[in-house]
Design a protein around this ligand. Structure first.
Ligand SMILES: NC(=O)c1ccc[n+]([C@@H]2O[C@H](COP(=O)([O-])OP(=O)(O)OC[C@H]3O[C@@H](n4cnc5c(N)ncnc54)[C@H](O)[C@@H]3O)[C@@H](O)[C@H]2O)c1
Length: 263
């Protein structure tokens, strides 16, 4: 296997201010890429970018750009595409922005009682956000005759959730979305795929979710897979969904309505 090296590549990461998005962006920088870090949380994003610029990676000052906005807004995706174009054109897109609407909107009621704003949030952030960013970045990949789009799914896309119902609905939508992208992008050497986590310790609450391995993943256990999928080592991988869940989906899970909605 070739060493992973992203020198000369331009990567765009959404949800880059925390969790898997942040570590993915940090690793892209460490491995030589120029990175557009996108997130809604301006304070957290600025802090992450400053830390990267002041860190040990040499000459990264001009290789990291912060782009603040809401992935539900197509104009924001276009602004991020402009930032990527200024760095040389987008080669890699990783969509991490997302979350269970019941948790993120603090609305812990069954689907049939959810306010429509919460339903919209769940669908728009988790599905439309990825769609908008892919639509904005893909022309640059086609022009460059190559690229990768990696969307973060979730095992909830297989399992369902009676409270944060749009979260699983949107994530399963991404499983199909990457197939369409693979077909549209294939003739241009543009790949698209999902990396689909089980519980990941980006939040301590995830430690309680059952898996066959009896634990949740460390953040790097997902990020390592994302980096591999975005590298030339995965050059024949497209249109597919890669479940990295510690064997969670192998287990029989009787449905229990969550007290506090989990991802
Ligand atoms: N952590 C897990 O256990 C787990 C499990 C399965 C799937 N996932 C998925 O993996 C991805 C990353 O998860 P994580 O735990 O690292 O995330 P996280 O919660 O640590 O970070 C998500 C980031 O997305 C940003 N964000 C949220 N809404 C946004 C919007 N509208 N526009 C722009 N940015 C926005 C947040 O500010 C935050 O920085 C998510 O899509 C999540 O659904 C996570």
């Amino acid at each position: 296997m070739k060493d992973i090296d992203f020198t000369g590549k331009v990567a765009v990461v959404t949800g880059a201010a925390s969790g898997m998005g942040l570590m993915t962006a940090q690793e892209f920088v460490r491995l030589g890429a120029k990175v557009v870090m996108c997130d809604l949380d301006e304070a957290l994003l600025r802090q992450a970018v400053e830390k990267l610029r002041g860190g040990k990676v040499e000459k990264c000052m001009e290789r990291v750009v912060a782009c603040v906005g809401d992935v539900r807004d197509f104009a924001y995706a276009e602004a991020a595409a402009k930032a990527a174009a200024a760095l040389g054109g987008c080669d890699i897109l990783v969509t991490c922005a997302g979350g269970n609407e019941a948790r993120c909107c603090k609305s812990n009621v069954p689907f049939y009682e959810q306010p429509v704003e919460v339903i919209d949030w769940g669908l728009d952030v988790n599905l439309k956000g990825a769609v908008y960013f892919a639509r904005a970045m893909m022309p640059q990949m086609v022009a460059k005759k190559g690229g990768v789009i990696c969307c973060l799914g979730s095992v909830t896309g297989f399992e369902g959730d009676g409270v944060g119902t749009m979260y699983g609905t949107a994530k399963s939508g991404l499983f199909n979305f990457v197939k369409g992208l693979a077909l549209a992008g294939g003739p241009h050497n543009v790949r698209a795929l999902c990396v689909t986590p089980g519980p990941v310790l980006t939040r301590a609450a995830m430690s309680g979710m059952p898996t066959a391995l009896g634990r949740a993943a460390e953040t790097h256990e997902l990020v390592d897979v994302i980096l591999f999928m975005c590298s030339d080592n995965a050059s024949f991988v497209t249109g597919t969904n890669h479940v990295i869940d510690g064997g969670r989906l192998c287990m029989y899970q009787p449905y229990v309505a969550p007290k506090e909605s989990a991802k």
